[in-house]
Each structure stands twice: as C-alpha cells, then as structure tokens.
Design a protein around this ligand. Sequence first.
Ligand SMILES: [Zn+2]
Length: 350
Amino acid sequence: MTYIDLNETLDLLTELVSIPSPSGNTNEVITFVETFLEEIGVETRRNRKGGLLATIKGQLDSHHRMLTAHVDTLGAMVKEVKSNGRLKIDLIGGFQYNSIEGEYCQIETSSGKKFTGTILMRQTSVHVYKDAGKAERNQENMEVRIDEVVKNSDDVRKLGIEVGDFVSFDPRVERTESGYIKSRHLDDKASVAILLQLIKTIKEASIELPYTTHFLISNNEEIGYGGNSNITPETVEYLAVDMGAMGDGQSTDEYTVSICVKDASGPYHYELRKHLVQLAEENNIEYKLDIYPYYGSDASAAIRSGNDIVHGLIGPGIDSSHAFERTHESSIENTGKLLFHYIQSKMVQL
Ligand SMILES: [Zn+2]
C-alpha cells in the first residue's frame, strides 16, 4: 500500500510553520504551497481572498469532492505605537494574551521590512513591579519590545513601523526523538502538510481518483470564513482537515486521527461521519470520535454560507491548541492514512 511519506510530511510541516502567515498576511506561505504543487506538476489557481485551489480530475466529473486545510494562523497587528517606543497589539484569531507572554515575534512593515521583538507584560521586571505575577494579561498591559534602539514613538516610526503592521509569533518548532512535534501553528499546518503530501502520493503513484477532487488551501479560517467559497456546484462532499481539540473529557489524543462528530456549529453529516469510521476500521487506522466545544471549521463556514453539501471534519490531535501546541507523528500518520482511503472511496450520496 502506498501511503504518504511520514518523514517528508514532517519536513514539510517544519518548513510550513517556519513561514509567518497570520490571517490577513498569507501571501508568502501560499506562494510556498503554490511552488510545491507546481514542482510536482499540479496546476493551481488563487481565489480573490488569496487562498489556493488545486483540482485533480477523477473518473466521474459530474460529482466532486473538496478537501480543505487552512494555512493561516493566529497572530497580531500593531494597534498603537506607544510613546515609550513599544507597540500595543491587537490579536488576530481566538486566543488568550497569556499564551503569547514572553514569545519572540516578528513585525513586518507594509514595505516588507522585518524586525524582531518580544511580547511582554509592561510589568515584567520583578525588581520593579510588586504585582508582576497578578497583573492581568491583556491588551493594556502587554506590549512588544522591539529589538532596535527606539526610545519613543518617533524612533519607531522612523523604522517604518506603523499601525496595521502584522506581528507573527516565533513557532519554536522542534522534533523530538520520541516522535513529538512541538510548535506553534500545528493548527492547521499539520493538516496542510498532510494534504500536500497526499497530493504528491496521488501524482507519484498515478492513483486515479473516483471523483474530481478539489483541494483548497484556505487562508482565512482563524477569522471564520476560510473555506466558504469557490465550491463548485458539483461538489457533494466537503471534508475539512483541521486539528482535533484535546483537553479534560476529550477523547482526542496526539496519536490517533480525530473524527469530529459535532462542534459549536452542530453535528457534522451523520452518513459521512459513519463512512469515515468504517474506513478507519476496515484499514486498521486508529481513530477517536469527539465533540469540540468551542470550535468551528472551514466545513461549518461552508455550510453557513449556504452550500448544499455533505460536510465532515477530521484531523490530527493537537494538545494545548492556540497556545503551546504539540502532536505526535502517529497522529499525522493515522490522519494521512484515513485521507488516503477516503479520497479513493465511494461517496455516501450519489
Ligand atoms: Zn484550525
């Protein structure tokens, strides 16, 4: 059986997380994906929002499938250049300020210049601030310390830094001997790496897909409307590949593929869910069924925007999501295997 190459997938994942791509500023990472697909002989096109589409013609062209993963990540934007030469930031996507405290970051100016910095509480120094531990982690108290000699707002502006500049967080990607991948932005770049590797496998092994299959690398998921467009009228099944959410009471783990039965948008399509479970069981793929309480996906965004589709959601389990993320290579592998069988399977509705 030809499955996706795990080592290549992990190399690709490492490259992807290392390219800054907060929602709203994803051109560089989309260009990287575009080049990857071009090199393996897959034609792509960009939508107006800046996402990337690739289509592989199948035996049947009257019924289509669509698979998505999102390449945009959490990030921030300069909200104010402060008189002390630091930056106040506004968050992009849903997360807490405490999850970026102490993080190294990059500020990209509108002309493309890049500066580094650190995201800190204004009251970080315990030698000066008695309440350093108790002060609230919020927009008021946190700021970016720029690694340049800047003593006031004029100094900062002379660098070209302005309100609206994008701030991205250092992913700090690491792979351990024990098979873990620790990095920010595994949501959802782990899935993007899996989908790209899957496309490569299809091409290299000349696998003929039963239906014309579209792959959408969406770029606005973290802000709610990533994969809700460019869905052909022929599209019957729409599968979002996005992280499985872990925590107390969750069944998702870092080792299996998580099949989402319901999230904040409601249940996913029952027949498609059962089909995915059946495929996992028939092919000895380790999976978990789960409900994600505070979660929406490209598939739920597609449903909300009025598409009459059969929608589903699966993905690798990611610990401490939207913060200090980690997964294990076995979760990546199980997700890749399920997708490999899914794209060659019969549709639940025809
Ligand atoms: Zn995600």
